[in-house]
Design a protein around this ligand. Sequence first.
Ligand SMILES: [Zn+2]
Length: 319
Amino acid sequence: MHFTQRTRAGLLVLALVLVVALTSFAQEPAVEDRYDQIFDATQDPGRLTARFLKLTTRSDDKSGDSTILTSPDGKVMIIDAGNPSTYLDVDQALKALGVTRIDYLVASHPHVDHIGSFAQLIRNYEVGVVYTSELVYPTSHYKNYMLAIEETNTPHVILMDGDSFMFGDSVLVEVLHPLPGIEYYEGYPSSSTQFINNHSVVLKFTFNESTFLFSGDLYTDGERSVVERHGERLRADILKVPHHGDSTSSSKRFREAVQAKVGVMMHDAIADLKVYQKYRREGTQVFVSSIDGSVLVSTTGDGEYQVISQYDRTTSFLD
Ligand SMILES: [Zn+2]
């Protein structure tokens, strides 16, 4: 092949561009992954710790929610556990933490992105008690985990507004929703998504000066009901943002009642940028599992929190 002077010059420029591009690519700092730090349990004694998991779906279902909590005296609670394919993530996290017994397994509501991994957890771990609402939802996933409860003789306790229990010796858990006596409508469970989400179990955790609120997939109707009944009791520093941060939820009255310092949205993407921005404008530090990875929030009960996200933000479009 014969190159003209011009072609040679062109090739030289191209080569230089490639070298510069490759060098700058090589110098790009690798995104730090703090998974090992987040799932290291050595700092847990004496602290209430919530680990909001980044779940990865390996099916067509959305991945869902899962949070692992540990009490200052070492009790373990899991609130929700993703779709069935995310069992791998929950199991990996529990193994990293050295957990073999789940004292409390809590279902906020019986949708597959919240209870999908329950049957596997119940069969593979020692589970102290399963807490659910009284809502019955006849799907295969629901029946699967009910069967697992039955076959393993795991205690199953129904939670409703007005109940409370201790998580270990020093953390009070109050149940703020749903009300007792769920009234099913004619034709249930057809078109029941909203009905089921609005009957999510809402839990408030209080450890001395520190507070956490878990709101399941509550929509604005459910939020209104909870705010009307509980008002200031909803105030919480740390919030599991309702319904993955979607615009079906997080009404103004709800946000104002909670006044969260930190909000966590567990989602495969960002459900609604406007909802995210509303929280940000009101001073809530918001984490999104799809971007920030898993998130650890931990406190000694003094109202101060250690917050660690798995990844640093490499994007500025959320600022
Ligand atoms: Zn959900």
